[in-house]
Design a protein around this ligand. Structure first.
Ligand code: DOR
Ligand code: ZN
Length: 339
């Protein structure tokens, strides 16, 4: 079994020692990844973005991996966007304060206020990636963002809008209703409901934003992903935090799934769908949506061979420990780069 050019359309690499530690997990198994800009400070400036891209490439070592860089959304003028058009893949919009390192995000979704930047993005064909949550009650935050998505889709029909890491049935339906709306789905949201996070003993390593929802939401996400539906792409939202920042009071949001993604998706799709649809979900759909092509293919083979996910990954100098998604569990497939 083989996958060609797996793409992770939503990925947190962080910076410095964390970047060095986590980048190889994705770079080994994926052909490219969309790298999130929520650093401290966020990426809002060309030189900082170029320097970060170079650090990302250095951290990926010799792997055949293309980082697709994103800029943190704020009001930008067209001349500025034009000057860095070739350096960025997309712009990521966060509502202010909604998740990790997002304080500088958007505080009001006023169309007139957003218009100059979004029109410029439309004209320059820069996609808008959105973390779609309001500050409503936590279980309703994503669904109550749906009218904002609709408003954006209607006012900017030529803008490619990606609803990131969707977690609800409502958004599974919305993505099918507007041509310019697309969506990414994570691995963990195909597997979890809120019950897994806080239904028994609290599981900090499953705590993320948006929070996992109800069974019917998970079922709708699975149905959409497993069908290979064209406008839905895989984006892991793999978001590493040091173990001590997860296992504490005030636990950081984020699931570190990078080491297990391909293996677990292979198991899920062989059980509930087929590898053809996995190929679409993990690569072809994104290639089509973004007109991406690669001069050299990266082929990942899936071998049916059990392995146990480590309970913790530790950096070489032992300064960083991260607990991965599915820590300690036995998985059925091993993903390897074809020689
Ligand atoms: O759980 C999350 N963690 N959700 C996000 O949107 C951001 C991410 C992070 O950067 O840690
Ligand atoms: Zn994210």
């Amino acid at each position: 079994m083989k996958l060609t050019n797996p793409l992770d359309m939503h990925l947190h690499f962080r910076d410095e020692a964390m970047l060095e530690f986590v980048a190889p997990f994705s770079a080994k198994e994926f052909k490219a990844g969309v790298i999130m800009p929520n650093l401290v400070p966020p990426l809002i400036e060309l030189n900082a973005l170029k320097a970060y891209k170079q650090r990302v490439l250095n951290a990926c070592k010799q792997e055949d991996f293309t980082p697709l860089m994103t800029l943190f959304y704020k009001a930008y003028d067209k001349a500025f966007l034009q000057s860095l058009r070739n350096e960025i893949f997309a712009i990521k919009l966060y509502p202010a304060g909604i998740t990790t390192n997002s304080v500088g995000g958007v505080s009001a979704f006023d169309i007139d206020e957003l218009k100059p930047t979004l029109e410029a993005m439309s004209e320059l064909e820069i996609p808008l990636l959105v973390h779609g949550e309001t500050n409503d009650f936590v279980m309703d935050r994503e669904a109550s963002f749906a009218p904002i998505y609709e408003k954006l889709a209607l006012h900017f029909p030529k803008l490619k809008i990606v609803m990131e890491h969707i977690t609800t049935k409502v958004l599974c339906e919305l993505v099918q209703s507007f041509d310019n709306l697309h969506a990414t789905i994570t691995l963990h949201h195909l597997l979890l409901t809120l019950d897994d996070v806080i239904g028994g003993k609290m599981q900090p390593h499953l705590f993320c934003k948006p929070i996992a929802k109800r069974e019917e939401d998970k079922e709708a996400l699975c149905k959409l992903a497993f069908s290979g539906f064209e406008k839905v792409m895989f984006g892991s939202d793999s978001a590493p935090h040091p173990q001590h920042e997860k296992e504490c009071c005030g636990c950081a949001a984020g699931v570190f799934s990078a080491p297990v993604i391909i293996s677990v998706l292979a198991e899920l799709f062989t059980k509930h769908s087929n590898l053809n649809n996995l190929q679409k979900f993990i690569s072809n759909n994104a290639c089509k949506a973004y007109k991406l092509s690669f001069s050299k293919d990266k082929i990942i083979t899936l071998e049916q061979k059990q392995w146990q996910v480590p309970s913790v990954y530790e950096s070489k100098d032992k300064s960083l420990k991260i607990v991965p998604f599915m820590a300690g569990q036995i998985l059925q497939y091993q993903a390897k780069l074809e020689d």
